[in-house]
Write a protein that binds this ligand. Structure first.
Ligand code: NAP
Length: 202
């Protein structure tokens, strides 16, 4: 059993991740902190550091948060780009950058990306771009992490539990059960793989 911090546990992908991690000692965190053990803002270095300090000893961080703005490229403002970059890209990079100081030897980080980086759709350029950046980040930073620390990203298609939110913009996509995303997070946390993008597609 490992001590695993699940960030964004109240969300759709957070719930999916939890479905695969039931055999672990889970600590939850989310933006509002409602119904979670801790409140954290992944857009703030101070907040991330405070979370890791408060939890103390832990073996894995599972992040399922990445706030994205959706608009056509020609309409998207710099502020919309920066919202997405500071959350889905820098937020996740900071979890690893700061978390490597606190995670136990042989620990792991599992990040969230998404299928739109390889199967583009209208309105999703910022999500696609930052997902691609994080997939590249995990492949490359895996060589630099100390003390046997591992890092992977989970790159899922839309899950059935979120089809009511994303279905209209994802015509032609086949949703998968969230439990498959849970198993992908479990492979990342429980296995020995590192620097991998774990794709979950139909
Ligand atoms: N849903 C899908 O089918 C799917 C598929 C592939 C990829 N993804 C990606 O997965 C990520 C999450 O999607 P989702 O559908 O699970 O979203 P969601 O249901 O809206 O959940 C978002 C979660 O993020 C937390 N959160 C929001 N802002 C935060 C912050 N600044 N710091 C910490 N936590 C914060 C929320 O906590 P509070 O509610 O407490 O604020 C909530 O737990 C997105 O990047 C999305 O692109 C989703």
């Amino acid at each position: 059993m490992k001590k695993v911090i699940v960030i964004g546990a109240s969300g759709k992908i957070g719930q999916a991740a939890l479905s695969g991690l039931g055999h672990h000692d889970i600590v939850t965190a989310s933006g509002s902190g409602k119904g979670a053990d801790y409140q954290v803002d992944i857009g703030s270095e101070e907040s991330i550091r405070e979370l890791f300090k408060q939890v103390g000893s832990f073996d894995a961080v599972v992040n399922t948060v990445g706030v994205c703005e959706y608009a056509d490229f020609s309409d998207m403002t710099e502020q919309q780009w920066m919202t997405t970059v500071l959350s889905k890209m820098m937020g996740q990079i900071n979890l690893v950058r700061i978390g490597q100081e606190y995670v136990n030897d042989g620990g792991s980080f599992s990040l969230i990306t998404g299928i739109l980086s390889s199967k583009p759709i209208p309105m999703a350029i910022a999500d696609a771009t930052t997902s691609g950046a994080i997939d590249t980040f995990v492949k490359c930073v895996a060589y630099e992490l100390p003390r046997g620390i591992r890092v992977n990203s989970i790159n899922p298609t839309v899950i059935e539990e979120a089809w009511d939110v994303y279905g209209e913009m994802m015509s032609g996509f086949q949703p998968v059960p969230g439990s498959l995303v849970g198993k992908a997070f479990a492979r990342s946390v429980d296995g020995f793989i590192t620097g991998e993008v774990i794709t979950v597609d139909a």
